[in-house]
Write a protein that binds this ligand. Structure first.
Ligand SMILES: *Cc1c(COP(=O)(O)O)cnc(C)c1O
Length: 235
């Protein structure tokens, strides 16, 4: 934490940003869910977040999700890359898997969910900017992947997720990210007549949440604005 702000003050600050962005877009702020990204932070931090009123927590690594979800009661979201051999650990533990980006993952999730008699909610991650450092399918591959996932038993596709490329020098993060967020919204809107379950748009992080909310994000994934800076790369 920097600046000596308490977790409550930081949450209030992020909520204020969401409310202002939603109002400026004529949206109801209640339709934007705040997912607190606790990656690299301790179980104690996750617990403090829940005590302060945050009920959706996100992790980008399977092992951290498994470890913290065993200790802290919350809706846990897997927001980072998923390996096929880790699917077993996540199905049923994660409220929502945000990072499904290929058929082999759909198959593995479907298999484990079916075997356990549950339905796993997932988002399809799209690499809108075709950034080699990021996960996600290409926009061109999205309709096929959504159809494939939608026809698979054991999982329900409830929306789309993206992580935009890092902004270039001298470009504000929100302005840089907005075209990618808009493209994801348009992709969801185009797919919706065939796939009415596609409601969610998981997009927007600490630096660019305003742009995401203005483009109809239903979930923003916020780490550093709540818990302070980290020192690793986001994929
Ligand atoms: C770390 C991470 C976030 C949160 O990023 P901040 O800039 O710290 O808010 C959001 N989404 C994904 C996929 C991440 O890995």
């Amino acid at each position: 934490m920097s600046g000596g702000d308490s977790i409550e003050e930081r949450i209030a600050g992020v909520r204020r940003r969401i409310v202002e962005a939603a109002r400026s877009a004529g949206r109801d702020p209640e339709t934007v869910r705040l997912i607190a990204v606790t990656k690299t932070h301790t179980v104690a931090t996750a617990r403090a977040a829940v005590a302060a009123g945050l009920h959706d927590l996100g992790e980008n690594r399977t092992d951290e999700l498994v470890e913290k979800s065993a200790e802290v009661e919350a809706r846990w979201h897997l927001i980072g890359r998923l390996q096929r051999n880790k699917v077993r650990d996540v199905v049923g533990r994660a409220t929502l898997i945000h990072s499904v980006d290929r058929r082999s993952l759909v198959e593995a999730i479907a298999r484990h969910a079916e075997a356990r008699g549950l339905v796993q909610d997932v988002l399809i991650q799209v690499n809108v900017g075709e950034d080699p450092a990021k996960g996600g399918c290409r926009l061109a591959e999205l309709p096929d992947l959504v159809s494939y996932a939608a026809s698979s038993p054991g999982l329900r596709v409830v929306g789309l997720m993206t992580v935009p490329p890092l902004p270039g020098e001298g470009v504000g993060p929100a302005a840089a990210a907005r075209p990618y967020f808009r493209a994801l919204r348009e992709a969801r809107d185009a797919l919706r007549s065939d796939h009415p379950t596609l409601e969610e748009l998981s997009m927007g992080m600490s630096a660019d949440l305003e742009a995401a909310v203005q483009e109809d994000a239903t979930m923003v994934r916020i780490g550093s604005a709540l818990f302070g800076e980290r020192e690793e790369v986001i994929r």
